[in-house]
Design a binder for this molecule. Structure first.
Ligand SMILES: [Ca+2]
Ligand SMILES: [Ca+2]
Length: 378
């Protein structure tokens, strides 16, 4: 009997720590179940996406889009990208092929720009065109949506893109531009998740339009939304860089207010507290949050076969935490699972066609912006 109790104890401890692994508990994992291959180097890369033929588009902060072939390492610059204002947190940001890329060759991308002395994030679409000599460009590039209003400053653009699983809608994130209150302003698209038609117009039936909100708004009360991904059942997950001690993973539901800057499990950088999320306050609480912060960047939903133990997980790149973070999903619930030290700021996470996990390092402060491929260690 005694022997049985001793044998059972470690199992009980493991079970408890997993159960409590939301909020402040860390989930540091020393053992890495993957090996890491360095595939290429970029100049402050920001985002990547795979095309149906296995090649990738990679964006760089200063405004370059690059067609990259992992098979042979070839990099081809993609012409046709508009002028990017890359000061501060500005960048050529996300890039995602159209849900009907095989037919229309359309590519959607986001970038920060200056107009009339003020700045904002724009969403654009162009047609991928590679000539027989390899020269590559986006044709017919059009800005199809602009955040409103444009304001002064170089921070919290957000600019992440995700298509609904049925391919009918484009979800787009607009950060609150370090201005706080716009996240609660019904007339501003700042601090919001937006639902648009594929031509950039507000989708019909958005949940707050009848209450006088900007018709593009799907959810509000967000800060700096740097990741957006659908799971296998069509739930929309978002991660955002919160204030001091308040990074969040949220399950995005239509019409809900996620609280910023009125509620946050963190506090302002100047030391003022922000009331924590609590039941009945009218704000939707995060499913997972971090204090101290991880500084989340890219977000990927894992559905591959290469790492079967990772199915139905979210992967988050950590900037200040220089880590790769795994969040385990279970229906509407989410919990911290792993946090691996990567020794570099991780800007982007993407699942490759073969189920490998691909990462882009942030590449600032003189470090490299390497493209890394993670495959199982055995
Ligand atoms: Ca991506
Ligand atoms: Ca707080």
């Amino acid at each position: 009997m005694r022997r049985f109790i001793f044998a059972a104890m470690p199992l009980i401890l493991i079970a408890c720590s997993a159960e409590n692994a939301t909020g402040q508990n860390s989930a540091a994992s020393a053992e890495k179940p993957f090996k890491m291959s360095v595939i290429a180097d970029f100049d402050s890369p920001w985002a990547m996406t795979f095309l149906p033929d296995g090649r990738a588009l990679v964006t760089e902060k200063a405004g370059e889009m690059i067609l990259f072939d992992p098979k042979n390492g070839t990099k081809i610059p993609v012409a046709g990208i508009p002028a990017v204002d890359s000061a501060g947190q500005g960048a050529l940001m996300d890039v995602v092929p159209s849900p009907t890329f095989a037919q229309d060759k359309a590519v959607y991308f986001s970038f920060s720009e200056a107009r009339g002395g003020e700045k904002g994030v724009a969403l654009a679409r162009g047609i991928f065109n590679q000539a027989s000599d390899g020269t590559t460009k986006l044709d017919k590039v059009q800005v199809i949506f602009r955040a409103s209003p444009y304001v002064e400053g170089n921070g919290h653009y957000s600019g992440r893109i995700a298509f609904s699983p049925d391919g009918r809608y484009l979800f787009f994130t607009n950060g609150e531009r370090q201005k706080f209150d716009p996240a609660q302003d019904s007339k501003a698209t700042l601090g919001k998740v937006l639902r648009l038609n594929l031509d950039g117009t507000p989708a019909a039936g958005n949940p707050l339009a009848a209450k006088g909100f900007d018709p593009a708004i799907w959810s509000y009360g967000h800060r700096n939304l740097l990741g957006l991904a659908f799971d296998k059942d069509g739930r929309l997950w978002e991660q955002e860089m919160g204030p001091k001690g308040g990074d969040e993973v949220n399950l995005i539901k239509p019409g809900l207010n996620y609280g910023y800057p009125l509620a946050s499990n963190g506090s302002h950088y100047d030391g003022r507290d922000i009331p924590d999320h609590k039941a009945g306050d009218g704000f939707e609480a995060p499913k997972v949050w971090w204090n101290p912060v991880i500084s989340p960047a890219g977000l990927a939903y894992y559905s591959g076969d290469l790492f079967p133990q990772w199915k139905n997980s979210l992967f988050i790149g950590g900037l200040s935490s220089q880590s790769l973070v795994r969040v385990k999903l279970n229906g509407d619930a989410a919990s911290k699972a792993d946090q691996w030290d990567m020794g570099a700021r991780i800007r982007e996470v993407e699942q490759g066609p073969d189920g490998a996990l691909w990462l882009l390092e942030d590449g600032r402060d003189g470090s490299q912006g390497r493209l890394l491929k993670l495959t199982p260690s055995e």
